[in-house]
Design a binder for this molecule. Sequence first.
Ligand code: SF4
Length: 124
Amino acid sequence: MMVTADGMVTPCCFASGHLGSLHEATAEAIWNGPIAMELRQFIKADKIHPVCAGAPCKFVQNALAANTAGKDSEDNGVNTLIFVEALYLEANPDVKIAIENGQFKSGLDHFEQYGRSECRRLKL
Ligand code: SF4
């Protein structure tokens, strides 16, 4: 778990969602709380929990790669993650500039060539 300066608890440094707040519960209560328990169940089932959606970690990125390879998310047990061009460019303004300069055809083009291996954020 990770605690941010404002007391919010996240499962790791990649996740954009929270498990709870230390202003409202103890770390032990959050660790054993419903969101953390559900998150562990999702991971054990090879599914992406909403707390982790869009995270640049290997688990989420591998699921995205499986989806972009055309695999059915129902077949491999991974929730569907959709690459959203506008969100990717918002999170990676340098890519937007590179596209304007003609270096890439699109954000997806950049993601497939570099973004995935660089663990770029898919959204802010
Ligand atoms: S799946 Fe990724 S974002 Fe979610 S807890 Fe694990 S490392 Fe963090």
